[in-house]
Design a protein around this ligand. Sequence first.
Ligand code: PEP
Length: 250
Amino acid sequence: MARRLLIAGNWKLHKTVEEAVALAGDIASGLVRDDLDVLVIPGFLALEPVALSLSASSVLVGGQNLFWEDQGAYTGEVSGPFLKAAGARYVLVGHSERREYFGETERTCRLRVEAALRSGLLPILCVGETQAEREGGQTEGVLESQLAGALAGFDAAQAANITIAYEPVWAIGTGLTASEAQANEAHSHIRAWLGARFNKDVANSTRILYGGSVKPANAAGLMNQPEVDGALVGGASLSAESFLGIIQAA
Ligand code: PEP
């Protein structure tokens, strides 16, 4: 089954509202491809202004995280309905920085995936092993337990709305990239797991993005791998030139 590529830029804690709107405009005006999906993921404050500025463009907008309750006395949180109303289509769940610095667990990932689906957002569930786990031969086991925990209790119809991002922690923001073969092998393992846990259709249709120091120079090789359906880009998404370079190369 041909899966449409998705190239997503996670702007993390970068870009003020003004800078984010300018970057989104540069990406939209430089985009010449319509055979793939392009997604930008600004900080919360910039999300609505960016979404409004992109309303005439095919570039989609997503959130970097969401809380699992829709509303209430939860100071400082942002929920699915709020993101949806601001113009988000997608939302990241379980990014390794959330896991490392903000106590994200499999249980909270599962709650966030559920909240995203309930709000009509498309969750992008991030999974990936650390360097020590890879060196210890635990990559597949780590991926399986992250997937099993975050997707516990969902059925195939729900799983059909989920995107997975394979992001080896050792390759995020480090300049180290998984080799094409390492990425393809991990994606293939994730796809086989989806097939066993849900069904063949879910396995064949789920987009699995690669993330970890993707740049214009390595994008083509990674995106050409049969199991790689796009990229989740951090650092190289902060300039229109490099993000568009990745899109062009994909
Ligand atoms: C990310 O933050 O998801 C990421 C992959 O970052 P970078 O591209 O900078 O490694």
